[in-house]
Design a protein around this ligand. Structure first.
Ligand SMILES: [Zn+2]
Length: 123
């Protein structure tokens, strides 16, 4: 009577009786189809869960990848802006010094000594 609780099945190949939890016949190795299916489905479920986890990981890494790409784009934009600003500033300086040079030349042509020349004369 106690053994009834344990599900005993009869092997379809060798007719041996064995516990259903064994899945396969311990005597001839024949798989008990429904049990095997259960095991197979369990494995499938495990694989599916694992895949789901991997998918989530992939999404996460994709998101962080996008984040780093955006960061790189922002960095490049900042560098370009700085370069443009620097170039404009430098060309502005060049224009200014060009104007000063022209002014100096004009003063020299007019026979007027620049302040620097006057200072060296005093020494
Ligand atoms: Zn068997």
């Amino acid at each position: 009577m106690e053994k009834i609780k344990k599900k005993i099945i009869v092997c379809s190949t060798c007719a041996a009786e064995y516990d259903i939890s064994l899945v396969r016949c311990p005597y001839c190795g024949t798989a008990y189809a429904p049990a095997e299916e259960n095991e197979y489905m369990g494995q499938l479920e495990d694989i599916r869960e694992e895949l789901e986890e991997h998918k989530e990981d992939g999404n996460k890494s994709l998101r962080s990848g996008l984040g780093s790409v955006v960061r790189i784009i922002i960095l490049v934009a900042v560098v370009i802006a700085l370069l443009l600003f620097g170039t404009m500033w430098l060309s502005g300086m060049r224009e200014k010094s060009e104007a000063e040079r022209q002014k100096e030349e004009f003063l020299i042509n007019q026979g007027v000594k620049t302040q620097q020349e006057r200072m060296t004369d005093d020494m």
